[in-house]
Design a protein around this ligand. Structure first.
Ligand code: GDP
Length: 460
C-alpha cells in the first residue's frame, strides 16, 4: 500500500453537469472531512458507498465553494483498494479547481497521470493487462473496441495467459526432476509427453498472436487516406460514410495546424481519415497545392482509397494517384456509377490497378457503400478475425510478449527433441513463462510500469 494520499480532478475539464474530485489514500477521509460539511452526518458516522449531501467549504475563510455530494469508499472495496473519497461538484473549471486546491492545501499530493490505476495494479486489484484495458475502454472508438476492452478488464485474456503459464510450470516441473537426477537421461516417454504438451501450448500462443493483428486494428484503428483528383467525389464519399456511421471527431494535438481527425466506424474498425480538412476544402486541392498534400496523406496512411470518376476517362493524375499508393493496402473506388454516360475504361483501369481490388459506387446515391465497407474490413483483417474469442489480444506490447514466449517455448521443444541437456530446456521454459508474465504484470520492471501508466489521463 502507498503511504501518501493523492487527489485529482477525475472528470474532463470544461463545463458539465457534474465534475468529480477523487482522493485516494490513508488520509482521504480525514482530509476531505475538513473541507466538506454536511448537516446530515459527521465524519464518524459516514458509511461506505453512500452519497451524502453537503457543501465544500474553505476552512480558512468559512466561505462555501460549492454544493456537492460526497461518497466514501472504504478500503479495500474501492478502485485503488485504498480509502477513496469522491466529491461530486458542479462541473465547471472554477468549482473543481477550487475544491482540488482545498484538498491539496491539507497536505495531499496531486496525482500523476494514471496514478489511481497504477495503485489499483500495485495493490493487486487489477493485473497489468486489466489496468491497460481501462484506458482502452475510455478511448474505444467503436462498440467492437469497447467489447474487447471490457472483456480484457473482466480478466478473460489474463485468465487465458495464466492457464498457459501454469501449464508451462507443469512442464518445467517434469524437466526439473531430471535436473535433480542428472545421471538419468530424460526418459523417452517423458520426453514425448513434454514435446506433446509443449506443442499444444505453442499452438495456443500462436493463435493468440495471429488474432492480435486484428485485435490491434480494432483497438487502434487504421489511418486511411481518400485521394483523387478534384471533383471525383472524395468529400461526397466521406460525407456518405460519416452520415451513416455518426463519426467521432477528435482534435489531434501537436500538429502545426489544427487537424481534425474524423473516425468512421467500418464494421467495428475505427477508420481514421487523414486530412479531412483538405477533403473539405472547396477549391481544387490538386491544382492549388499540387500533389504534395496527397502524397503526404498517402505517406501517413495504412490504407489508401483512390477515388476515380466514372464519368471521365482515365487521366495522368489518376495514374499518379494510383502510383502513390505503392505497396500499401489499397482499394480502388470508381464513383458516380449512377450516371448514364460513363467514360471510364474498366479494362484499362484493371490493368492500371495491378491486382488491386476495384469497387464501383455512387457516393451520392449510396450504391455500393455496404459492399465497400465489407471490402475494407476484409482487406484490413485479411479474413483472420474471430471476434468470438473473448480474449483477443489488442495491444502491441502483449503481442511482443507472446512472440517472445513462443520463441522460447519452441526452443525448449527443439532442445528436447535434440536431446540437449535438460537444464538448457529449463532456462527456455522459464523465459517463456516470464515473457507471458509481462502481459499480466507478474514479471515487469518498474520502468515499464511507469511507462504504461504515464499514458493514462490524469484522474484515472
Ligand atoms: P471532391 O472534390 O473529390 O471532394 O468531390 P466532391 O465530393 O466535392 O464532388 C464533386 C461533384 O461531384 C459534386 O458536384 C458532387 O455532387 C458530384 N458527385 C459526387 N459523388 C457523386 C455521385 O456518386 N454521383 C454523381 N452523379 N455525382 C456525384
Amino acid at each position: 500500500m502507498q503511504e501518501d494520499t493523492i487527489a485529482a480532478i477525475s472528470t474532463p475539464l470544461g463545463e458539465g453537469g457534474i465534475g468529480i474530485v477523487r482522493i485516494s489514500g490513508p488520509e482521504a477521509l480525514k482530509v476531505s472531512g475538513k473541507i466538506f460539511k454536511s448537516k446530515r452526518a459527521g465524519l464518524k458516522e459516514i458509511k461506505s458507498h453512500r452519497m451524502i449531501y453537503g457543501h465544500v467549504c474553505d476552512r480558512l475563510t468559512g466561505e462555501v465553494v460549492d454544493e456537492a455530494l460526497f461518497c466514501y469508499m472504504k478500503a479495500p472495496h474501492s478502485y485503488t483498494r485504498e480509502d477513496i473519497v469522491e466529491i461530486n461538484c458542479h462541473g465547471g473549471m472554477v468549482p473543481l479547481r477550487k475544491t482540488l486546491e482545498l484538498v491539496l492545501a491539507e497536505g495531499v499530493r496531486l496525482a500523476e497521470a494514471g496514478e489511481f490505476s497504477k495503485r489499483a495494479f500495485l495493490n493487486g486489484r487489477l493485473d497489468l493487462a486489466q489496468a491497460e484495458s481501462v484506458i482502452d475502454l475510455i478511448r474505444s472508438k467503436t462498440e467492437a473496441g469497447l467489447k474487447l476492452a471490457v472483456s480484457q478488464l473482466k480478466g478473460d485474456l489474463s485468465k487465458k495467459i495464466r492457464e498457459i503459464q501454469d501449464k508451462i510450470l507443469g512442464i518445467l516441473a517434469q524437466v526439473e526432476v531430471n535436473i535433480d537426477f542428472p545421471e538419468d537421461d530424460l526418459e523417452e516417454a517423458t520426453g514425448k509427453d513434454i514435446i506433446c504438451a509443449g506443442e499444444v501450448l505453442l499452438e495456443q500462443i500462436k493463435s493468440l498472436i495471429k488474432g492480435a493483428d486484428a485485435g490491434i486494428i480494432y483497438r487502434e484503428g487504421v489511418k486511411a487516406a481518400i485521394v483523387g483528383k478534384p471533383n471525383v467525389g472524395k468529400s461526397s464519399l466521406l460525407n456518405a460514410l460519416l452520415r451513416e456511421k455518426r463519426a467521432i471527431v477528435t482534435d489531434v494535438p501537436g500538429t502545426t495546424r489544427d487537424v481534425i481527425e474524423e473516425i468512421i466506424n467500418i464494421k467495428g474498425i475505427p477508420l481514421r481519415i487523414i486530412d479531412t480538412a483538405g477533403l473539405r476544402e472547396t477549391e481544387d486541392l490538386v491544382e492549388k497545392i499540387g500533389m504534395e498534400r496527397t502524397r503526404e496523406a498517402t505517406d501517413r496512411a495504412d490504407l489508401v482509397l483512390p477515388v476515380l470518376d466514372a464519368t471521365e476517362g482515365l487521366s495522368r493524375e489518376d495514374f499518379a494517384v494510383l502510383a502513390l499508393a505503392g505497396a500499401k493496402k489499397c482499394l480502388v473506388i470508381v464513383n458516380k456509377i449512377d450516371v448514364q454516360d460513363k467514360k471510364i475504361d474498366m479494362e484499362d483501369l484493371k490493368k492500371l490497378a495491378g491486382g488491386r481490388k476495384i469497387i464501383c459506387i455512387s457516393a451520392e446515391q449510396g450504391t455500393g457503400l455496404a459492399e465497400l465497407e465489407d471490402m475494407i474490413a476484409d482487406l484490413l483483417l485479411c479474413g483472420k478475425v474471430d471476434q468470438s474469442d473473448s480474449y483477443m489480444v489488442t495491444n502491441i506490447r502483449h503481442k511482443q510478449a507472446l512472440e517472445k514466449a513462443a520463441f522460447h517455448l519452441s526452443e525448449a521443444i527443439s532442445s528436447i527433441k535434440g536431446m540437449v541437456p535438460v537444464d538448457i530446456v529449463a532456462i527456455d521454459l522459464r523465459e517463456a513463462w516470464e515473457a507471458l508474465g509481462e502481459i499480466t504484470g507478474m514479471s515487469v520492471t518498474d520502468d515499464l510500469i511507469e511507462k504504461i501508466f504515464k499514458d493514462f489521463c490524469v484522474g484515472k
